[in-house]
Design a binder for this molecule. Structure first.
Ligand code: PPE
Length: 310
């Protein structure tokens, strides 16, 4: 399930391409000590019409949004970064890949205040298959409610996809794995359902979709927004509201969304079978739609796809 990173290829690093093995940081970099960085996870799909990046603009927008919340000035324009992302895929000759741009405070001084540290930016691309295992997309996964609550908007700007925020996710993942589950589901500080460590969550009841509001303790995912749009377009009602544990456990279907996780059904939570205990009907419809869109099989959504090789 866990795929090792490659050891060959080119990484875009502060405006130039360097060999994979040379894309290094100093151990005293600010970002390493304080988690002071922002990043994105983006997917490029190989389709019959060529290679396309899914919602590149929205991802790059979010990276700058994250940076702004941490008062970090990324020393490149969004246009430059988008171009650099495409160039990184081309120079590595990939047709499908996962794209990881990151901006972090680099080497200058230590101390929590980052003012004066350079902002280093890198873009790496590599092949990354299914996030939760090959079988997950079809059969669904087994989850547990984490004992760790999701970071609270009163503590950190949760809409930022920031490096340090992932320590919260790391604890939830380790907790779930130790208990023998595939993935965790995190509650917010009030006890409502928030999200997975790297995924947003949806419940389906009587063919209506429910998901926590974008303003709650979640990272408002781009896959989440896409799924809401695709579901509404398919005639389903989608309600954004606080979800209780009980609502999740008694839902007909539950699924995760995310760039890495795509649309992954959840078949069990803490020993409670969800619905029929396998991928449900609505999840199947949404999954099919999603894969049609990312694979350039739906003309109406070509606007979400950015060609890499023109
Ligand atoms: N919540 C969290 C906490 C999160 O990290 C992600 C993405 C999402 C929701 C879904 O957002 P979006 O990708 O825009 O639909 N998680 C990224 C990193 C996963 C990782 O393990 O690293 C991802 O899916 O790329």
């Amino acid at each position: 399930m866990v795929e090792r990173l490659p050891d060959e290829g080119k990484i875009w690093y502060n405006g130039t391409f360097v060999d994979w093995k040379d894309a290094k940081v100093h151990v005293l970099s600010h970002g390493l000590h304080y988690g002071s960085g922002v990043f994105e996870g983006i997917r490029c799909y190989a389709t019959e019409k060529g290679s396309f990046i899914f919602r590149l603009k929205e991802h790059v927008d979010r990276m700058y949004h994250s940076a702004r919340l941490y008062k970090m000035d990324i020393p490149y324009s969004e246009e430059d970064l988008k171009e650099a992302i495409k160039e990184t895929i081309r120079i590595n000759g990939l047709d499908a890949c996962y794209i990881r741009p990151i901006a972090f405070y680099g080497y200058h001084h230590l101390g929590v205040n980052p003012t004066g540290c350079p902002v280093d930016v890198a873009i790496a691309v590599w092949r990354w298959g299914t996030y939760l295992g090959e079988e997950a997309l079809e059969s669904g996964i087994r989850c547990t409610f984490s004992s760790w609550r999701r970071i609270d908007p009163k503590t950190l700007p949760v809409t930022a996809k920031a490096v340090g925020h992932y320590l919260n996710s790391l604890l939830a993942v380790l907790d779930a794995k130790e208990k023998g589950f595939d993935e965790a589901i995190m509650l917010d500080s009030d006890g409502y359902v928030a999200e997975g460590p790297g995924e947003n969550i949806f419940a389906v009841k009587n063919a209506t979709l429910y998901t926590p509001e974008a303003e709650s303790s979640i990272l408002p995912g781009i896959t989440r927004a896409s799924v809401i749009e695709l579901a509404r377009e398919s005639g389903y009602e989608v309600v954004e509201k606080p979800l209780t544990k009980e609502e999740l456990l008694t839902a007909d279907e539950v699924f995760f969304t995310g760039t890495a996780a795509e649309v992954s059904p959840i078949r069990e939570i803490d020993g409670v079978r969800i619905g029929k205990g396998k991928r449900g009907e609505v999840t199947s419809v949404i999954q099919r739609k999603f894969f049609d869109v990312v694979n350039a099989r739906d003309e109406r959504y070509m606007r979400w796809l950015e060609p890499v090789y023109e």
